[in-house]
Design a protein around this ligand. Structure first.
Ligand code: F6P
Length: 368
């Protein structure tokens, strides 16, 4: 294969850094450490069942512990544990992080001595959609970079939960790695969204998707329809109207997708548009949504908005939500701007009347 003329992730980051002449290079180094963790996870995922019992020297990862319940009350798979360990190990030595938080850990992860502490907080879901692992469907890692409070940077103190409770609009960078037929890294450092494809021969992420934009026009939506009887009226209305197709108020046919792997859904939407919904519902009133604000909704919301789309709770921009806890859940709607705005408008409209529907347990009609 001829040598690629494409930029590597490192070259892209160096170019971006020229915009900030005073930047010391810590941020770039942090992103490269994150990318290294993602490459290592990609390798573990690719070995699948073959990874079990093989040493982790130069080859596949060893099967780790697992089967325990994580902070979300979900069963941890061995690859959840391995991925979490890879993220913490790869990012604790460089001196760029003041602390980390993960879906797989109850509280903040403290950078252990003798490693120096840095100025960034790294928040991640090391393996999102991991229930798909058993069926060989795409999964991913999601990450968000925040700036640590100045007193934490100055003193090198332990990171506290409060340090992480920053709205999504405060993110310095966000991204995901998608472990699909190819491994991709999709990244925003606050100036648009770019995508890299892992060249397995070089072991490098190569810039393959510069300037990603969410297409505005769409005829595709993604939602777990088995929850339809628990949806709120605005969501029922939106989905009903999509399902009504050409003969309904939208006057066009829609397609539906549900992979149950948010990274894969976000990637599809960044590539060809669409709307994703995991709305608030009445299934479990204790939960205001299914997805986690700090390491799922915020990084994906940041990417989508940086790509010209929109991310919302249905009621407000998701990036404006002030977090109150590390593992907080939130309702999430994201994708093509016009569709998300339509869903927000339905949420804002008063006077919703319910009636029986042959499609769903209840269908909503809205009247002025
Ligand atoms: O962590 C959450 C997640 O796995 C997402 O990646 C995905 O969108 C969602 O859960 C799937 O939920 P459900 O199992 O309800 O379809």
């Amino acid at each position: 294969m001829p040598f690629s003329h494409r930029s590597t992730l490192t070259q892209y980051l160096i170019e971006q850094r020229r915009r900030f002449p005073s930047a010391g290079g810590d941020f770039n180094a942090l992103i490269l450490d994150v990318a290294l963790a993602c490459k290592a996870i990609a390798r573990s995922v690719a070995f699948g069942e073959l990874g079990h019992g093989i040493g982790n020297g130069n080859g596949a990862p060893q099967a780790a512990a697992g089967g325990e319940i994580n902070v979300q009350g979900e069963i941890q798979k061995p690859l959840d544990v391995i991925s979490n360990r890879l993220f913490t190990r790869m990012n604790e030595t460089g001196g760029y992080c003041a602390g980390m938080a993960s879906e797989e850990m109850q509280g903040p992860y403290q950078i252990p001595a003798p490693h120096p502490r840095g100025k960034y907080l790294l928040v991640f879901d090391p393996l999102d959609g991991s229930s798909n692992i058993d069926v060989n469907v795409s999964v991913g890692s999601i990450f968000s970079v925040l700036r640590a409070p100045q007193d934490a940077i100055d003193s090198g103190r332990d990171a506290t939960v409060d340090d992480f409770l920053q709205p999504g609009s405060a993110q310095v960078a966000a991204g995901y790695a998608l472990y699909g037929p190819t491994t991709m890294l999709v990244l925003s450092v606050g100036s648009g969204v770019v995508g890299f494809t892992l060249d397995p021969n070089l072991g490098e992420f190569m810039l393959t998707h510069p300037g990603i934009r969410v297409p505005q026009d769409t005829q595709e939506f993604a939602i777990n329809a088995s929850n339809s009887r628990f949806w709120e009226a605005p969501v029922k209305r939106y989905v009903d109207e999509c399902l009504a197709g050409k003969t309904g108020p939208r006057a066009k046919d829609f397609n539906m997708r549900w992979i149950a792997s948010m990274v894969a859904e976000a990637h599809r939407i960044l590539m060809r548009g669409g709307v994703f919904m995991y709305p608030r519902d009445t299934k479990d009133l204790a939960k205001p949504g299914r997805l986690r604000l700090l390491y799922e909704a915020n990084p994906v919301g940041f990417l989508i908005e940086q790509a010209g789309g929109r991310a919302s709770t249905g009621r407000e921009p998701v990036l404006d939500v002030k977090p109150t806890s590390l593992h907080q859940r939130v309702s999430l709607v994201f994708g093509s701007k016009i569709e998300v705005e339509r869903i927000e408008k339905y949420h804002a409209e008063p006077k919703q009347v319910e009636y029986a529907s042959p499609l769903f347990a209840a269908r909503s009609l809205f009247r002025d």
